[in-house]
Design a protein around this ligand. Structure first.
Ligand code: GRG
Length: 295
């Protein structure tokens, strides 16, 4: 299996559905749709919804039935990037090599586009529960909202912002990355696990795999930011490294960060290998791929 081909196919499925969902008409406020579509189709890797889809596939579940939940996760991720790029946060002018949302639509519309994506995501989750009414659908949606909010991504972002240019403990550093980055990856894996009716033992390993993968993802991202070669990653070209940010390379240095990255990759592989009666090879390969992203 070549995971790049697998992810390419998943990406197409997700992007087609995203654009269908965004096929909305608004007479007097269509600008918000332009702004939402701009960032949704600006060339993300779609790693979170791919993870969601691949968990379902491992459990032989019909992916199409749950595609809207995959799109919800990508919408939440996209809103977070739009807001993160705003002048009040990271003040970035480029993302994925293109002008950031607020550079094209202005701050007010960019703020509203982020809000609208988050709100639309929850509208879709309510519709999904209405049409698939069972306790595990509710648990899947609860997991997503929990991981995106103050116990997750927003909590991590807050701790990141208030600690800029400050010395923090390694525990705080881990908290920031676990929440800012790993939680949305955990949401992708665990919500799919619930929808696949995975047993408790599997759920535990899915959760721990996602945590380790998320930490590895962030550390490799930070190492790549420092060493450069951003074109290989397909992410924002020309973005400067923010010296005030608390990152693993800043805290531990590059070599120790690489060791930590390998540790998380190996732990992720160990966790997923514990699920023995399903084909989880995609996930072992994904962890290896993230560990080997080129510097
Ligand atoms: C504004 C609530 C709020 C949160 C922002 C996502 C985020 C939190 C900040 C973006 C900055 C950053 C480095 C976050 C860590 C997560 C991360 C590596 C995001 C980039 O994800 P990719 O690489 O992006 O999946 P693409 O472009 O592929 O979608």
């Amino acid at each position: 299996m070549d995971i790049k081909n697998v992810m390419q196919a998943d990406k197409k499925l997700i992007e087609d559905r995203l654009m269908e969902l965004m096929n909305i008409n608004l007479t007097y406020s269509s600008k918000i749709l332009d702004s939402m579509r701009y960032s949704l189709s600006a060339g993300g890797k779609r790693i979170r919804p791919c993870i969601f889809v691949e968990v379902l596939k491992s459990y032989n579940i019909d992916v199409k039935k749950y595609l809207d939940v995959a799109c919800v996760i990508e919408m939440i991720h996209t809103y977070s990037l739009i807001h993160d790029d705003l002048p009040a946060m990271d003040n970035d002018t480029l993302r994925r090599g293109k002008p950031t949302n607020h550079m094209v639509y202005g701050d007010a519309i960019a703020i509203l586009a982020g809000d609208a994506l988050l709100n639309f995501a929850y509208e879709l989750l309510f519709k999904f529960i209405k049409n698939n009414f069972q306790i595990n659908s509710v648990k899947a949606c609860e997991e997503i909202s929990n991981c995106a909010g103050i116990y997750g991504m927003i909590g991590g972002q807050v701790s990141d912002i208030i600690n800029e240019n400050k010395d923090i403990s390694s525990g705080n550093l881990e908290y920031i990355h676990e929440n800012k980055t790993a939680k949305l990856i955990i949401a992708s894996m665990v919500s799919a696990g619930y929808l696949a009716n995975a047993d408790e033992n599997d759920m535990e390993h899915l959760r721990k795999y996602a945590y380790n993968l998320g930490m590895a993802f962030q550390i490799s991202d930070d190492i790549l930011d420092i060493i450069g070669n951003e074109k290989l990653l397909g992410k924002s070209v020309g973005k400067d490294v923010d010296e005030g940010k608390n990152t693993y390379p800043k805290y531990f240095g590059i070599e120790k960060s690489k060791e930590k990255l390998n540790g998380y990759v190996n732990s992720a592989i160990d966790e997923i290998s514990e699920i023995k009666d399903k084909d989880m090879s995609f996930f072992a390969q994904l962890a290896t791929y993230i560990g080997n992203r080129k510097y």
